[in-house]
Design a protein around this ligand. Structure first.
Ligand code: FES
Ligand code: FES
Length: 203
């Protein structure tokens, strides 16, 4: 947004100064967000009309009524009780929230739940088969690819997706293709070892 637009030049009747300090309630309509600033400058987000989402998560069908602004991450954690998917940054920078949608890895904090209507989602809870861990989960345990474990669900989901995409041919490629998954405990060398081990079993 240019400085002129920021001052409300492109929206007749609405200015940034007016919203922040004008003392008059002003509503600013955006595609998915409606806000109202009162005389104190406090901003309330008004509820939007809910949308119906039918999504299959880890093989189980769910029907949800959600605010169209709700992320897939929040829907998983707060509506479906699937808290294995972690919220790190909530802005697409850490990879902790990685899940699969129709077999492709996505950042669930940047994915609106409404866009998953009719699709299949897999989370870390859906990888194991009963008591049998997925080879990637087993490899992370055997290679000690974690310390605190906060990033681990996202690391594992990303690693499984990467191997399925056929992009794990070398340590350098693994590091590059998983560069969006950060680990504050800096377990990177062991994560790469785990991916190489799991890759042999997954083939
Ligand atoms: S929580 Fe989604 S990328 Fe950090
Ligand atoms: S194991 Fe602690 S952040 Fe990765």
């Amino acid at each position: 947004m240019s400085p002129r637009e920021d001052e409300g030049q492109s929206r007749p009747g609405v200015s940034r100064r007016g919203v922040l300090g004008g003392g008059v309630a002003v509503a600013v309509a955006a595609p998915l967000l409606t806000t109202v600033a009162d005389a104190s400058g406090a901003v309330d987000v008004e509820p939007a009309a809910p949308v119906t989402v039918r999504v299959e998560v880890n093989g189980r069908a769910h029907t949800l009524e959600v605010d169209p602004r709700v992320t897939l991450l929040d829907a998983l954690r707060e509506r479906m009780g699937l808290t294995g998917t972690k919220k790190g940054c909530d802005r697409g920078q850490c990879g902790a929230c990685t899940v699969h949608v129709d077999g492709r890895r996505v950042l669930s904090c940047l994915t609106l739940a409404a866009t998953t209507n009719g699709r299949e989602v897999t989370t870390i809870e859906g990888l194991a088969r009963g008591d049998r861990l997925h080879p990637m989960q087993q490899a992370f345990i055997e290679r000690d690819g974690l310390q605190c474990g906060f990033c681990t669900p996202g690391q594992i989901m990303s690693a499984v997706g990467m191997v399925q995409e056929g992009h794990a041919d070398s340590d350098a490629e693994i590091r590059e293709r998983m560069s969006g998954n950060l680990c504050r405990c800096s377990c990177y060398p062991r994560i790469v070892d785990a991916v190489r081990d799991a890759q042999k079993v997954m083939r």
